[in-house]
Design a protein around this ligand. Structure first.
Ligand code: IVH
Length: 671
């Protein structure tokens, strides 16, 4: 039944069923790591729920799965007292210190047997979460231990945290919010693209995220949570093991690697085991938390002002160390990105020797002001590459000079491209040896020159044997070059040569795409091929001329113009021409058709033809189609529910046509 035909009572019933089903699948996916339906089917359930809630807004509840990003950006965080203090833990760094901890316990619990639970110490942020009447109510950061910040709206976005639990009694859970490495890398990649300072480690990124004022931003960060403390009716279960089992039963995410230990030796064995295994985890963990298992014993042991006497954090060896920067090198990646790297005096960090550390990009390097000779703090965490956290400034040798970032590619010496406002410098020479392997694979790919059979294994062999040193060399390959290679018989060699020959007559758009110009995808390549008579014309176009083409913005235009200005790339084009490749556009619409010079944008649903059909009609009459309403458009054709494009078109004073007007214009009208 569609939402529009439902009565309110029916909607209420369907909403409850949908929410139950979605909650079940969210738990399977985010908590148990055991998805039961495809993402697509899940999205369908969510869409149905959203549609139904949109139709019956008064039936929306704060616990609905659609309400994770419910609130508008806030102004700041209110300070809230904790129900009971959130203490910290005493740290120890050796088995001897751990034995002293046990000695203390024995003195305080004479003659008693003590059992422990050992848990991983997750390197994140402590959080207290309150549920009332089975509903998620509030989340508060540790703060100073007595009071913290109310970050409810942000914590609500963490998908592994249930918004509703079966237990209707008041309950408080505590645990650790953390950022998995994969999310950490994504965030830093995005920040790098946006020219923002990078987070030094996942913990800082998690802290920065939870302090975000806009919950919608938090939702996109990929935070996660493990719980380890439970107060139910203000009571704790009788043992830590029970606590963890009960948390799990209630639907909370509990770190699965905890272990019940009958004595301290088993704790030490657990620590030894995870000291080596921690690198296999998807998140940072910096030690083991040893907890006396029995709650009765815990009560007897009590607390100090700062920490409980019944727990100890047994830290893993630090993954930070200080060392000296011997040199700063600039590497060129497969995409042409220039990355500064600090060459370090080798230093052992958590079991591996580190002798290089990324400095990410020019901006980060400037921000941290790393200089040759500096002593730096280096950190390595999990599978994340070692990074320089900071320079120890008071140990800087006299006369150390700021690093000057190269303006030429250190590999091929061509000029480096760094657009306004971006932080990554790139080598755009398609034949740069650092980029060549990727350039060739892209050139040969199906949607580019479609040279079937020219895959990674073959390209690697061709490069290793020096059979190719730049892209045009592909077209000089001979049968005898190929048939000597691994897994290349006479037949497959001939096939490849045939494919290469065929590729010479591919459309200009395919060739433009194949060149791997930054920001030029298939679509832009087609726009260019439709606009210019051939590659030579395109190569001569200035950024201004390019910007005048519909759908090509200044960033793309700048990248194209820069590409064709490089002597290396001009030489590449000349070589491709000599090799006999087609450089002429056959994709240009007939010049001077009745719609020449007009640029159409379609918006909203169309009844009598598809967007593609409409596009072909326009182009066959010499007009052009653009996807966005900009000043370059001349006509906007509006169908059903046209959305914001219509308003924009009116603002720009463009001609606005109905579907019927359009049909009349192209001479297809039945009227
Ligand atoms: S129990 C009384 N268990 O480490 C303290 N804490 O350095 C109860 N942490 O504030 C904490 N993993 O934020 C406990 N498995 C774990 C933990 C853990 C990480 C954090 C927690 C605590 C900090 C103390």
């Amino acid at each position: 039944m569609s939402p529009s035909s439902m009565t309110k009572a029916q909607a209420r019933e369907r909403l409850a069923a949908l929410r139950r089903e979605i909650e079940f699948h969210e738990k399977k996916y985010y908590v148990d790591n055991d998805p039961r339906i495809t993402d697509r089917d899940f999205d369908r359930l969510m869409e149905e729920l959203k549609a139904l809630e949109a139709r019956f807004p008064d039936l929306v509840t704060p616990e609905s799965p659609t309400q994770r990003v419910g609130e508008k950006p806030g102004e700041g965080f209110a300070t809230v007292p904790h129900s009971r203090p959130m203490l910290s833990l005493d740290n120890c760094y050796s088995v001897e210190e751990l034995r002293e901890f046990e000695e203390r316990l024995r003195r305080l619990l004479p003659g008693e047997e003590v059992r422990y639970t050992a848990e991983l110490k997750i390197d994140g942020l402590g959080i207290a979460v309150l549920y009332e009447g089975g509903k998620f109510r509030r989340a508060v950061t540790r703060g100073d231990g007595r009071q913290g910040d109310d970050v409810t709206a942000n914590v609500r976005t963490i998908k592994s945290l249930p918004l509703a639990v079966e237990e209707k009694e008041r309950l408080e859970v505590r645990g650790e919010i953390f950022l998995p490495f994969s999310s950490f890398r994504n965030i830093n990649r995005e920040r790098e693209e946006a020219g923002e300072p990078l987070f030094a480690n996942p913990r800082n990124a998690a802290a920065g995220s939870i302090r975000q004022l806009n919950p919608a931003v938090v939702a996109g960060r990929g935070l996660d949570i493990f719980l380890y403390t439970l107060f139910l009716r203000d009571e704790e279960p009788p043992t830590q093991g029970e606590t963890l089992r009960e948390l799990k039963r209630l639907g909370f995410k509990v770190n699965p690697h905890w272990r019940a230990c009958r004595n301290l030796n088993e704790v030490v064995a657990y620590w030894e085991e995870w000291k080596d295994k921690r690198d296999s985890l998807e998140y940072d963990c910096d030690g083991v938390v040893v907890k006396v298992d029995s709650l009765a014993q815990r009560r007897a042991l009590g607390l100090t002002a700062k920490s409980p006497r019944w727990a100890m954090s047994f830290k893993f060896p630090a993954r930070q160390a200080t060392t000296r920067v011997e040199k700063i090198e600039v590497q060129v990646g497969r995409t042409g990105a220039l990355t500064p790297v600090a060459v370090l005096e080798p230093v052992g960090i958590g079991g591996t020797t580190v002798s290089r550390s990324t400095l990410h990009n020019e901006e980060e390097l400037k921000r941290k002001d790393v200089r040759v000779g500096d002593t730096v703090l280096v950190e390595r965490s999990g599978d994340v590459i070692p990074r320089v956290v900071e320079v120890i400034k008071d140990r800087r040798p006299r006369g150390a000079k700021p690093f000057v970032f190269p303006s030429k590619c250190p590999i091929c010496r061509s000029e480096v491209f760094k657009p306004e406002g971006e932080v990554i410098s790139r080598c755009l020479n398609a034949s740069c040896p650092a980029r060549l392997r990727e350039s060739i694979l892209h050139f040969a790919s199906r949607r580019a020159m479609d040279i079937e059979g020219l895959g990674e294994a073959l390209v690697d062999q061709l490069l290793e044997r020096g059979l190719i040193g730049k892209i045009p060399d592909l077209y000089r390959l001979k049968l005898e070059d190929l048939s000597g290679l691994e897994r290349m018989g006479a037949k497959s060699s001939q096939n490849l040569l045939d494919r290469l020959a065929q590729s010479k007559s591919r459309d200009l758009s395919a060739l433009i795409f194949a060149l791997g110009i930054r920001h030029v995808g298939e679509r832009t390549a087609r726009d260019l091929a439709e606009h210019f008579a051939g590659l030579e014309d395109l190569g001569r176009a200035s950024a201004e001329e390019l910007t005048a083409i519909p759908d090509i913005g200044p960033r793309v235009a700048e990248s194209i113009a820069f590409f064709f200005k490089q002597p290396e790339n001009r030489a590449l084009l000349e070589d491709l021409r000599k090799a006999g490749l087609n450089l002429v556009s056959r994709e240009r619409p007939a010049k001077g058709g009745p719609l020449a010079g007009r640029v159409f944008v379609f918006t909203g649903g169309l009844d009598s033809f598809s967007r593609d059909e409409a596009g072909r009609m326009v182009e066959s009459l010499g007009g052009r189609v653009a996807s966005d309403v900009t000043r370059k458009a001349t006509h906007v054709v509006v169908g059903d529910s046209p959305g914001s494009k219509l308003a924009k078109a009116r603002n720009l004073g463009l001609a606005v046509l109905s579907e019927e007007d359009f049909l009349k214009l192209v001479g297809k009208s039945s009227a």
